[in-house]
Design a protein around this ligand. Structure first.
Ligand SMILES: Nc1nc2c(ncn2[C@@H]2O[C@H](COP(=O)(O)OP(=O)(O)OP(=O)(O)O)[C@@H](O)[C@H]2O)c(=O)[nH]1
Ligand SMILES: [Zn+2]
Ligand SMILES: [Zn+2]
Length: 238
């Protein structure tokens, strides 16, 4: 009985979340914004990657960040130094952002700025390899990071994140000489879960792979603007 109740509750939660995610995506589509959901275990390098990305892509695109953290604004403060709007969302006890929390961020963005000026919104999710992948927030692409310090087996042990990812960044490549880690095995394990995902090995420290990542981002933004449909949605919370 207990198990049935829990399963039903989870389905309802995910269903409600999906409706909220669709609502958020309608906003992004109406405003001509591409949205990424950046996810990984704690400390895989999401914020450093965003710092490097803002430093380069910030000159080319108008970018805003929605920054999810359980209790602090430490990451948000790091990214504010790049002169882009950073909307911080504290999740409290929750280990992931849900679509309702991100809706709050989107409505703040729309209230404080002209959202049509933006081309890219990057959501940095809470560091957690499991739950963020289950809760869509209205993104057009899911970016997963796996640092080489985490071990080759993680794609097999935590498949949901790797199944959901559109792009996987294997991070901290500069540490490879100091670890007994087989990058080819990481790639093979990811491919077993998700044969078509784009995989880019990077190091935010040396810059390895970053240009390939920037190119992938540019392509997503350009593809989105080519397929733009005129939309008009109504929203009570705006
Ligand atoms: N050697 C090396 N260290 C890195 C690299 N990228 C990030 N780090 C380090 O890894 C640690 C965590 O990086 P963050 O960017 O804060 O990781 P995060 O995923 O944003 O962490 P949470 O938001 O807490 O989940 C920091 O000490 C970074 O300096 C890299 O490419 N090479
Ligand atoms: Zn971070
Ligand atoms: Zn809305």
């Amino acid at each position: 009985m207990h198990q049935t109740f829990n399963a039903a509750l989870e389905i309802n939660l995910l269903h409600a979340n999906q409706a909220g995610a669709d609502h958020n995506r309608s906003h992004f589509d109406e405003w001509g914004i591409t949205c990424f959901n950046v996810m990984s275990s704690p400390g895989a390098g999401k914020t450093v990657l965003l710092e490097r990305s803002l430093a380069t892509l910030g000159a080319q695109f108008k970018i805003a960040v929605i920054e999810g953290d359980m209790t602090t604004e430490l990451d948000a403060d790091r990214l504010r130094q790049y002169g882009v709007p950073v909307i911080a969302i504290n999740t409290g006890r929750s280990c992931h952002l849900d679509s309702k929390m991100v809706a709050g961020g989107i409505h703040r963005l729309a209230h404080e700025y002209n959202p049509r000026e933006f081309e890219l919104v990057i959501v940095e999710n809470v560091g957690n390899l499991v739950c963020p992948a289950e809760f869509e927030v209205g993104e057009h692409a899911k970016i997963a990071l796996l640092s080489i310090t985490e071990g080759e087996d993680k794609p097999l042990k935590y498949p949901i994140m790797f199944q959901a990812a559109d792009c996987l960044l294997i991070t901290k490549m500069d540490l490879a000489p100091y670890l007994e880690v087989d990058i080819n095995q990481i790639v093979a394990n990811v491919r077993q879960i998700n044969p078509y995902v784009t995989i880019i090995p990077v190091s935010a420290k040396t810059g390895e792979g970053l240009e390939t990542w920037f190119e992938w981002v540019r392509r997503q933004i350009h593809q989105k603007s080519e397929h733009q449909l005129p939309l008009s949605i109504s929203c009570a919370n705006q």
